[in-house]
Every structure is written in C-alpha cells, then in structure tokens.
Design a protein around this ligand. Sequence first.
Ligand SMILES: Nc1ncnc2c1ncn2[C@@H]1O[C@H](COP(=O)(O)OP(=O)(O)OP(=O)(O)O)[C@@H](O)[C@H]1O
Ligand SMILES: [Mg+2]
Length: 237
Amino acid sequence: MADALLSLKDVRAGYGAAVVLDGISFDVPVRGSLAVLGRNGVGKSTLLLTIMGFTAIARGAVLWRGEDITRLPPNRRAQEGIGWVAQEREIFPSLTVEENLTVASRPGDWNLKKVYDLFPRLHERRGNKGNHLSGGEQQMLATARALMTNPDLLLLDEPLEGLAPIIVEELSAAIGRLAAEQGMTLILVEQHAEIALSLTDEAVVIERGTIAHRARSKDLLADQATLDRLIGLKVEA
Ligand SMILES: Nc1ncnc2c1ncn2[C@@H]1O[C@H](COP(=O)(O)OP(=O)(O)OP(=O)(O)O)[C@@H](O)[C@H]1O
Ligand SMILES: [Mg+2]
C-alpha cells in the first residue's frame, strides 16, 4: 500500500531463538487506527516491541513510510516518529507530572498546553510526583509523555488495563479525541475489545502469534460470535 505509514510484511519475531510471532502482515495508513486484540500471552506486547525494534526479527520486514527499518535500533525508530507507551507505563516516580512531560519534549505541535487540554487531570496534578498518582493518572501521564515526543504513530499497550470504570471512560474518550480530532495514527492493544473497536478503524485478532482474524472495527464490533470465539467477551464493568 503506497500510502501506508507502517507496514509489517510476513514478520517472524521473538526473543532469542524463541519465536513468538509468525506471518504477521498489516498496513497502517496515515491517520489510520488499528486495534490489536487477543487473549493473555498471545503476543500483543511482542508485536509492539517488534515495531519498536526490541525483538529479534528472524524473517520478513518492517517498513516505515515505505523504507525498510527492520534493522534500525529502537532509539532511531523513536527519532523517526514512532511513539510507544509500554504496558508497564514506566513514568519517573521522583519527578513531578510536569517534569515527566518536559524531559520527553521534542519540537512539534504537542506541548504542555496541548497535552493538558487533552488531559485536564494532569494539569490539576502537574506538581505531584509520579509515585503519587493513581493508576489512571499514571497512564494518562505515560500517554501524554509519549505525545510530547511528537510522534507520527502512537503505540498504546493496554492503556485501560486495571483502571476503575470511570477512569476507563475518561481515558478512552481522550484516546478517541486523539484519533478523531487530532488525526493521530494509532495502534491500540487492548483486552477491552468493545472499547478498542469503538475507537479504531481496523482490527486484528492475534492467536498464538498469528493473525487469526482481521476486519473493519465496526464490523467486528457487530460480530459478537467471532469476538466470543477468539477472545471471549470481556465484560465491560
Ligand atoms: N522478554 C521475553 N523473553 C522471552 N519470552 C517472552 C518475553 N516477553 C514475553 N515472552 C513470551 O512471549 C509470549 C507473548 O507474550 P506477550 O507479552 O507479547 O503477550 P501479550 O499478548 O502482550 O499478553 P498480555 O495480554 O498478558 O499482556 C508469551 O509466551 C511470553 O511468555
Ligand atoms: Mg501484553
């Protein structure tokens, strides 16, 4: 696809000799959004780690704006505009919210004002240390910090995991605005399938390291039987 921002072509990847992903192919167009669904341990985080360059790629290719970046190290991929929020969030505990944001800052449209507009709660907490934040606030901070690097693609690894329902709502609304209003290109790994599908254009379901199903998100959202078979419907609290 000529206008793909990111393409994976028949990727096989894992850790050392252990293969976790195999035969993975998809394209994400500029301003597109892809939900990556699947049960625990199927390889969703490994997929994002592979896009960032942290795994061993044994076969296939990763293309960024049509250029082969399969052998490019993670820091170079970040510089090229791939932003990633790890499942572990990894904010700096001894820095304030604002310091966490400013250390990550790189030139571009996203600045403190813009991330505080997206996450007003972070503005309220801007003087709090990272270790004095709730799980939801930490996730907002990790996401905002990735935005401060002004990425062209944002990879989010289970941002809603373990959060209270009210925070799930607040955060998913922000992710929705990021995609719809700001036009951010997104890959959203989630186990909250229905929410992820409501926020994205396209979806893939991973099973044992391969893509078991792909569909338009709105079609998969309407296809409860397939959702149930592949992931078991996560009850939205
Ligand atoms: N650093 C690592 N070294 C070796 N194997 C790993 C490593 N990280 C993950 N794995 C293995 O890779 C497989 C996929 O793990 P991964 O974390 O990608 O799954 P996941 O879909 O993100 O799961 P979850 O929903 O629990 O986050 C698992 O079998 C896991 O044990
Ligand atoms: Mg994971």
